[in-house]
Design a protein around this ligand. Structure first.
Ligand code: NAD
Length: 247
């Protein structure tokens, strides 16, 4: 049986690798993107098709509850019930707090945290009714340790952990697991576009001696999305090359 997996923000740097890994693991994969990134998303869909990956791709805004409902309806019409949800859509609007605008704050909380509520809320009752589900929320190392200039982003990503642990408790007896993954620096094209000198300074702080790859994030997500991970719930998997260790 091939299960249906839906990845929000799947056309992004990390999302693309998650989609590919899920498809390689025999999931039927759907993804969503925000209208402003339509061109990039459609190009990715086309290129993926050429490489043998046929993703369902839906446009919508996860920071909007109605739009999230429409996205999920569309995915389920095309592929059937969503059994795996990966909340990956995320944005940054960095700035020191003393200069942070209300717009910067609300935009980041709206996508990164409200978006997780908006989309998960659409799929949770179906998962409960069917007695099976896997929810994986992409958080961040900066949600664990904080980061200068990212009070909005760190708050949104830390909020994901509270959400993950609470929902995990509510649905544990229904065959549904809820976990988060907290990557440190991942070498997406955006990060790799940072000047080499600055990247070298970042890497010097990472014990493993390099940035992570989107594929490595994808591998962790696929593991959590699988049936073998049924005893892992309410967990946060850190993957940061040893930059921030916690237990
Ligand atoms: P990215 O910008 O490449 O991708 C983000 C995706 O989110 C895009 O596909 C975009 O269309 C989508 N998106 C943005 N706003 C949206 C909205 N309102 N509604 C629907 N979709 C929306 O970013 P990325 O680097 O691939 O990051 C993916 C996730 O991983 C994010 O949650 C990010 O916070 C997290 N993360 C990234 C890193 C890193 O080093 N790149 C590290 C830790 C965590």
């Amino acid at each position: 049986m091939t299960r249906v997996a839906f990845v929000t923000g799947g056309a992004g740097g990390i999302g693309q690798a998650i989609c590919k890994r899920l498809a390689d693991a025999n999931f039927r994969v759907a993804s969503s993107y925000i209208a402003a990134e339509r061109e990039t998303a459609l190009k990715w869909q086309e290129a993926s098709k050429g490489a043998g990956y046929d993703y369902v791709l839906v446009e919508g805004d996860v920071s909007n509850f109605e739009s999230s409902a429409a996205i999920v309806r569309e995915v389920e019409q095309q592929l059937g019930p969503i059994e795996v949800l990966v909340n990956c859509a995320g944005i940054t609007r960095d700035g020191t707090f003393r200069k942070m605008t209300e717009d910067q704050w609300k935009a980041v909380i709206g996508v990164n945290l409200n978006g997780v509520f908006n989309v998960t809320r659409q799929v949770i009752n179906g998962m409960i009714d069917r007695g099976y589900g896997r929810i994986v929320n992409i958080s961040s190392m900066n949600g664990q340790k904080g980061q200068f200039g990212q009070s909005n982003y760190s708050a949104s990503k830390a909020g994901i952990h509270g959400f993950t642990m609470s929902l995990a408790q509510e649905v544990a007896s229904k065959g549904i697991t809820v976990n988060s993954v907290s990557p440190g620096y991942i070498g997406t094209s955006m990060v790799m576009a940072i000047a080499e000198e600055i990247r070298n300074k970042i890497v010097a702080q990472i014990p493993v001696g390099r940035m992570g790859t989107p594929e490595e994030v994808g591998a962790v997500v696929v593991f959590l999305a699988g049936e073998d991970a049924g005893y892992i719930t309410g967990a946060n998997i850190t993957m940061n090359g040893g930059q921030h260790m916690q237990f």
